[in-house]
Ligand binder design. Structure first.
Ligand SMILES: [Cu+2]
Length: 202
């Protein structure tokens, strides 16, 4: 039997341990470097969350003059890319007053029937999904004009991609005068569940 001298065993062990530690250090440094680099392909982004809502005409819900977001209360996770799809079945317009900024897309990216837009002419607004506390605005053009028995059409499809970092419950409001009364600001405009509701970020 070959004898191994205890001092050699000890030396070999020390060298191995040192190599192992050096390799470990290298691996940890590489990991830290990749975690810090936002451009690294190795860093997985959390997948986008997809949610949707519909804008129904008053005729569709048996309450003429009362267009409605359905659902009107939405919940999303914070720190996540969210794609909100809005199907607008309402072919009516509710033009904004001259000089209004409600036609501008704010704090997110919008498409209308698949085409990117940065604003909608204020004369061609049907509704908006506006969250003042998040400086977020989604102007929504009307559905095409061919109307069904309840005033419904094929929907205009709006997508809005956004990201909220701060948790909370935010009120959204349609700012287009689509409601009742001389100014169009009554009825559904001031009734939660119709043209105002909540966006909960948690
Ligand atoms: Cu509206």
């Amino acid at each position: 039997m070959k004898r191994i001298r205890p001092d050699r065993l000890n030396t070999t062990g020390t060298v191995r341990r040192a190599r192992y530690l050096a390799l470990l250090l290298l691996a940890v440094t590489a990991l830290a470097a990749s975690a810090c680099s936002s451009t690294s392909a190795n860093v997985a982004k959390p997948p986008a969350i997809h949610i949707s809502t519909n804008i129904l005409t008053g005729g569709m819900i048996g309450r003429p003059g009362w267009p409605k977001f359905s659902p009107a209360n939405l919940t999303i996770p914070k720190d996540t890319t969210v794609v909100l799809t809005i199907y607008n079945y309402d072919n009516g317009t509710a033009p904004l007053t001259a000089g209004s900024l409600g036609g501008k897309v704010e704090n997110g990216k919008e498409t209308v029937n698949g085409k990117p837009v940065t604003s909608i002419p204020i004369t061609d607004i049907s509704h908006t999904f506006t969250v003042p506390l998040l400086q977020m605005n989604i102007p929504i053009p009307p559905a095409p004009s061919a109307a069904g028995p309840g005033g419904e059409s094929e929907p205009t499809v709006v997508t809005f991609t956004f990201h909220v970092t701060k948790a909370g419950t935010y009120t959204w409001q349609c700012v287009a005068p689509c409601g009742t009364g001389a100014m169009g600001m009554g009825g559904p405009m001031v009734t939660p569940g119709y043209m105002t509701g909540s966006l909960t970020v948690q």
